[in-house]
Design a protein around this ligand. Structure first.
Ligand code: C2E
Ligand code: MG
Ligand code: MG
Length: 572
């Protein structure tokens, strides 16, 4: 034992002689006691509050006080400190009783030599106990807090919500905000991960400070934070909370000298309206956040009408993968015509799903889901092969005929996509020019580099590239120029725009797109031609190709056979 080691001793004693006896014994054992003597409950409690003690030594009998009471006071303080009784003989019953009550040892004054080893042992044990408690607390923190921000995590807020929901009898009104940071990924990738973590920490701290104890702020994952708060005034309180949350994140962040501005989107779900259990509330806040982002709004409150994850949708997700294997997908073909030469040049393949119970499901309802779930890959593969196989049926008599297939941005990001397209062409012995790939403008922008690389390879093999729904997205001209597109398809909202109850071509937009396209040496196709008048205007404005119900609807192959035999557009 080291000499003169400080020992903070709280002595519960009324006889000075006994105090001296204990101190002498401690010094003999090599300690330097830093002590205080107390003799009643109040001063004992005050001393415990005032500073930490390594050990409490208590006489058994004091005037108006005794060791069992002293032990109670120590235990009530919640501090884990060894409590040793140092006393004359009190009889075995009392000695056993106070040990059972939680005293750590009983040293008889006649044998003071036992005091030193007893204290040493208790100090060791209390250290072990504290270490264990620390580890448990750390585990608890780990389980219920985010390691990056130190804020409570999802598990914590889930538990917290269960508490508040159980605590109040009638439907306690709460709002759950999901706050999603936008530029986090940029920071993580273009600066570095340390700064990314720093951004999350700062954002979390700002949210926490902005709400104080009005709300629970948690870091759920990546760049998502949750704010849970009571809303006694209902939607007004929720709207105010959105303002507070987004307001807290507007000022630029200083990330080790780099100023970064971060925008955020908030999705709001209200309890009990949108769910009384945490998980559905969280899912609804997530849906709201997604709705807001898609609408390019700062925030949105959950709206069941806009929820794309309705039971029907979930059903479709579950059935979609098997639909391909079960042969439930079919292709319809819509004629694409040359507006100047007035004749058919190709067909567009449009997929439909013949669901055994839900009937014909339009692509608008399941293509997005397929993109979400990864089913778009086998789906596009199937469409490609089926369309090229069907094409052979008509190409014999019309060698210039091509089929247009819609592909999603996800497909273009697949590294072997170009190979698979070329293999599909080779399998039916068709040249690249027999195929057109239609890619929507907005999806190209999701991953422009991947799109440009894949399409360049295919274009080199003669495959036609068309940009679909042009005008609705926000593509940058730089990328458009880099894309090997030979056709722009003007979105039908500009072609058949409803004005005064009748469809009317949005001349300004169509003319701009025609001029732009011709300047870039690409052809213009107008979608959605529903009447003669629209067709005439589009020809006048310089559109090269057209498509629409007025010319021909999407048709099953036998119907297309009939159309090809009868339509004035189908002269060979
Ligand atoms: P899209 O590629 O722009 O296809 C044109 C859509 O406009 C088709 O809807 C077609 O039926 C419709 N349409 C054609 N002419 C007219 C008209 O005169 N008036 C009106 N009101 N509509 C007309 P559909 O078949 O419901 O397809 C919707 C979208 O689903 C397609 O838009 C395309 O983006 C996507 N899609 C269809 N098939 C596939 C596919 O195999 N793969 C992928 N990735 N997407 C597909
Ligand atoms: Mg299309
Ligand atoms: Mg289109």
């Amino acid at each position: 034992m080291t000499n003169g080691q400080a020992l903070r001793v709280l002595i519960v004693e009324h006889e000075d002689d006994d105090v001296q006896l204990a101190l002498r014994e401690l010094r003999k054992q090599g300690w330097e006691p830093d002590f205080r003597v107390v003799a009643d409950a109040e001063t004992l409690a005050a001393a415990l509050r005032e500073r930490p003690w390594d050990v409490v030594l208590s006489d058994y009998n004091l005037p108006g006080f005794d060791a069992p009471h002293a032990l109670e006071v120590v235990q009530a303080s919640g501090i884990d400190t060894p409590f040793l009784v140092v006393s004359g003989s009190v009889g075995e019953d009392r000695a056993v009783a106070i040990m059972a009550a939680g005293a750590h040892d009983f040293v008889v004054k006649d044998h003071p030599g036992r005091l030193g080893p007893a204290i040493e042992r208790e100090l060791r044990e209390v250290a072990v106990r504290r270490e264990k408690a620390r580890a448990e607390e750390a585990l608890h923190r780990l389980a219920f807090h985010s390691a990056v921000t130190g804020l409570p995590n999802r598990a914590w807020v889930e538990q917290r919500f269960a508490e508040v929901a159980a605590g109040e009898s009638d439907a306690p009104a709460h709002a759950l905000l999901l706050v999603d940071l936008h530029r986090f990924r940029d920071v993580n990738y273009s600066l570095d991960q340390r700064r990314g973590d720093d951004l999350l920490r700062q954002a979390g701290a700002r949210l926490r400070d902005a709400f104080g104890d009005r709300a629970d702020v948690c870091h759920v994952s990546g760049d998502n934070f949750l704010v849970l708060l009571p809303i006694p005034r209902g939607a007004d309180d929720a709207a105010e909370a959105v303002r507070v949350a987004l307001g807290a994140l507007t000022a630029p962040f200083d990330l080790a000298g780099v100023q970064v501005e971060v925008s955020a989107t908030a999705g709001v779900a209200l309890s009990p309206e949108h769910g009384t259990d945490f998980l559905s509330l969280l899912r609804h806040a997530d849906v709201a956040c997604w709705t807001a982002r898609r609408a390019r709004a700062a925030a949105a409150t959950y709206d069941p009408k806009l929820d794309e994850f309705t039971p029907r949708r979930l059903r479709l997700v579950a059935d979609l993968r098997r639909a391909i294997d079960l042969g439930q997908l079919v292709l319809h073909y819509q004629p694409l015509v040359d507006l100047v030469g007035r004749r058919i040049v190709g067909i567009e393949a449009l997929v439909r799903w013949k669901h055994p119970e839900l009937g014909m499901v339009p692509p608008g309802e399941f293509i997005g889901l397929a993109e979400h779930t990864g089913a778009i890959r086998p789906l596009t593969e199937w469409v490609l092969q089926a369309a090229l196989r069907d094409l052979a049926r008509w190409r014999g008599r019309r060698p210039q005929f091509f089929v247009a297939v819609n592909v999603s941005a996800r497909n273009l990001a697949e590294p072997e996509f170009a190979d698979r397209v070329l293999a599909a062409l080779a399998a039916v012995d068709a040249p690249g020019s027999a195929l057109e790939l239609e890619i929507t403008e907005s999806t190209i922008m999701e991953d422009p580099d991947a799109a440009v690389a894949t399409l360049a390879r295919l274009a080199a093999a003669g495959v036609r590239v068309a940009i679909d729904d042009f005008g609705t997205g926000y593509s940058s001209m730089t990328y458009l120029r880099r894309l090997p597109a030979r056709t722009l398809k003007i979105d039908r909202s500009f072609v058949g725009a409803q004005r005064d109850g009748s469809p009317q071509v949005d001349r300004a937009i169509v003319r701009t797109i025609v001029d732009l396209g011709h300047a870039l040496d690409v052809q213009i196709t107008a979608e959605g031609i529903e009447d003669q008048q629209t067709l005439d205007v589009l020809v006048e404005l310089g559109c090269d190709q057209g498509q629409g119900f007025f010319i021909g609807r999407p048709m099953a192959p036998p119907d297309l056979d009939r159309w090809l035999a009868d339509s004035p557009w189908a002269r060979p």
